[in-house]
Design a protein around this ligand. Structure first.
Ligand code: FPP
Length: 234
């Protein structure tokens, strides 16, 4: 058991494709295994008392993948959300979706909204699914929102502060993640939460996401605790 975990952990669930390739399986099999890992890790975060878990499930860049792979990921998400809703009373996980859902199928959009509404009062871990999410896109949307309000005369540009700006992001009201984990050996942020991670600790791990276990999460949390966090102070 690690020390007190961070309040907010963010994870780039990377390496599903390589995991599948190593086994001679289609990429969608890697995503299916990745979805199971997500279920395990979300439950483990709940056990540890983590308040927020944010995961990169589908980026604005992921539309460049094959129709088959995109369809496979969307199907898995729908399956996962249906199962999560069936288990909702038991698990008490609160769901939020960060990203532009309008490009998803009407069926998946409805599932997301139902999961969000039905879990709104739960107070165990809050899972933020980044779906059709891009960090720059999130910032541009916030800028557009504030500009629209300024143009309408309801906002004085001089009142725009970091706090006010943050209120127009998908993450409004959620504390920034203290820890960002990227498995699979890649060492990039890939347009994931650029605003929210300016002071986060980054832990990169050489394990593919489908192989990621609660013990790996313990290791990442231990590494986070080893680092001193001074926020630019002394
Ligand atoms: C990155 O691995 C993973 C994704 C782009 C999709 C993540 C989706 C899931 C884990 C499944 C759906 C999620 C839930 C929670 C139901 P990659 O495909 O880029 O792997 P690679 O770098 O090895 O090719």
């Amino acid at each position: 058991m690690p020390e007190t975990p961070p309040r907010h952990i963010a994870i780039i669930m990377d390496g599903n494709g390589r995991w599948a390739k190593l086994r001679g399986l289609p990429r969608t099999a890697g995503h299916a295994a990745g979805a199971e890992t997500f279920r395990t890790i979300a439950n483990y975060c709940r056990t540890l008392g983590v308040e927020y878990l944010t995961v990169y499930a589908f980026s604005t860049e992921n539309w460049k993948r094959s129709t088959e792979e995109i369809g496979g990921i969307m199907k898995l998400l729908a399956k996962y959300l249906r199962e999560a809703m069936a288990d909702m009373e038991k698990n008490h996980v609160r769901f939020r979706f960060w990203g532009d859902l309008s490009r998803l199928s009407p069926e998946l959009q409805k599932l997301c909204m139902d999961a969000q509404n039905r879990s709104a009062s739960f107070d165990d871990v809050q899972v933020n699914f980044c779906l059709n999410y891009g960090g720059r896109d999130e910032i541009v949307r916030a800028a557009r929102d504030l500009a629209t309000r300024a143009k309408a005369g309801t906002l004085d540009p001089d009142e725009i502060t970091e706090d006010l700006f943050a209120q127009s992001l998908y993450s409004a009201g959620v504390p920034d993640p203290e820890l960002v984990i990227r498995p699979s050996g890649e060492k990039r942020l890939s347009n994931f939460l650029p605003w929210q991670t300016v002071y986060s600790e980054f832990v990169y791990m050489n394990v593919l996401w489908p192989d990621f276990t609660p013990t790996d999460l313990d290791k990442a949390i231990a590494e986070y605790h080893r680092r001193s966090r001074r926020f630019g102070g002394v």
